[in-house]
Design a protein around this ligand. Structure first.
Ligand code: DHB
Length: 395
């Protein structure tokens, strides 16, 4: 939080020009729609990400009256086909021409990174609903994220592997930001738990060919193969894994939940049985709030099952709506401050300690994972006491 404030101050002092204050403050003249720019890959290799997020945003709009301070909320969807230059150009048009109060979406890390300077220079909050390289939020003080980060998922599965008899692993990741994160954080945690990484393999983000790397995996004879591939590539990968008989060769498949994507799970066949992945979301999660979400999503989308991208989109829309309600439709610094004031969904709260990995909401669940608690009395952000003056947990 301190870092964010510092960076924001720096940005305000040094970056300007080209955007003016277009559409960033509410005034009596603001009677037209409140516009939100949603830049997504609706076509190309990452189209499932776009389809899922677009559907989730529409569901949120349908469930929540799209009128704030008497003005209609309008979402403008643009297809960047996962081409970063396009993402940046579309975001700039949305800010300058359409005067959107917030930018949102961003299917892959390079698209989010390419757009960060637009958010900074125009002081437009940018809600990353999909891209998941850990460093993205450092690229602009105006970026918030409602997706997740690869280290959160990779550390979780590294813990599980070490505790479940897996000693030798080969890693295989898509060769770009989130893949680097997944490879590094998996290996670091696995080595810490006395595991061994035999080989680190990579495939290109665009049109990957898994045959050569799968042959290398076979030759290395690991106990398990750890995989990160972006959403949309999991089914193809599993098919080739099975076609080359790796499932029958006694090599377990583990990974981040991106490869057991709920959007594609039904197309994967039996090879997906027994695959173990760690992630922040699964459509099968039993909580009442999730069941309700899944049902509503399916109903609105011809039975399509929501995946983790949909949840990033739904939660992102909720962050934007809540904040717009606070600012009465104003954008810019006021909107950013209103978003950050309610961080429940921002920085998806998965906590990993030597005691395990857990989704720590409500936030006091973090105490289960700590050896030493802060001295009491200790309250959470809402003011609710969780440790009393005598050091006893009360929530
Ligand atoms: C990214 C994209 C994905 O589809 C995914 O599942 C994880 C990360 C990314 O580019 O950041």
């Amino acid at each position: 939080m301190h870092k964010r404030t510092t960076l924001r101050g720096l940005a305000a002092a040094t970056l300007t020009l080209g955007f003016g204050l277009a559409g960033q403050t509410a005034s009596a003249a603001d009677t037209g729609p409140i516009k939100i720019g949603l830049v997504l890959p609706m076509t190309g290799q990452q189209a499932s990400t776009g389809r899922q997020i677009d559907a989730a945003v529409k569901l949120y709009m349908a469930q929540n009256n799209p009128v704030i301070a008497g003005r209609k909320v309008e979402v403008i969807v643009k297809d960047d086909a996962s081409t970063p230059d396009q993402t940046r150009r579309l975001a700039q048009e949305l800010v300058v021409n359409d005067k959107v109060v917030a930018l949102a979406g961003f299917g892959i890390t390079p698209s989010a990174m390419a757009t960060a300077p637009i958010a900074t220079q125009s002081k437009t909050p940018m809600v990353v609903m999909a891209a998941a390289t850990s460093s993205i939020t450092e690229a602009s003080p105006y970026i918030l994220r409602t997706s997740f980060t690869l280290p959160q998922a990779a550390v979780g599965i590294a813990e599980w592997a070490a505790k479940n008899g897996i000693k030798k692993v080969v890693t295989l990741v898509a060769d770009y930001g989130p893949g680097n994160d997944a490879e590094k954080y998996f290996a670091d945690r696995f080595l810490l738990n006395s595991g061994q990484v035999l080989e680190k393999l990579r495939t290109p983000l665009r049109s990957p060919d898994f045959a050569p790397v799968l042959q290398k995996v076979r030759d290395a004879k690991p106990d398990a193969l750890f995989v990160f591939l972006p959403s949309g590539q999991g089914a193809q990968f599993m098919k080739q894994f099975a076609e080359r008989g790796l499932d029958k060769a006694g090599i377990r498949l583990i990974g981040t939940g991106d490869i057991t994507d709920d959007d594609q799970l039904n197309d994967m066949g039996d090879v997906a049985l027994g695959v173990v992945t760690a992630h922040h979301y699964a459509a099968s999660h039993k909580s009442a709030v999730n069941q309700k979400f899944v049902e509503a999503f399916k109903k609105a989308n011809n039975g399509m099952r929501p995946n983790f991208m949909a949840v990033g989109g739904y939660d992102g829309m909720r962050v934007i709506y809540n904040a717009l309600n606070t600012t009465k439709g104003a954008g810019g610094e006021a909107l950013l401050a209103a978003m950050v004031a309610h961080p429940v969904l921002v920085n998806r709260p998965i906590v990993a300690t030597p005691r395990g990995v857990r989704l720590c909401r409500p936030s006091e669940r973090t105490l289960d994972l700590l050896d030493k608690w802060p001295p009491g009395p200790f309250a959470k952000e809402s003011g609710e006491l969780i440790i009393d003056a005598s050091g006893q947990r009360v929530a």
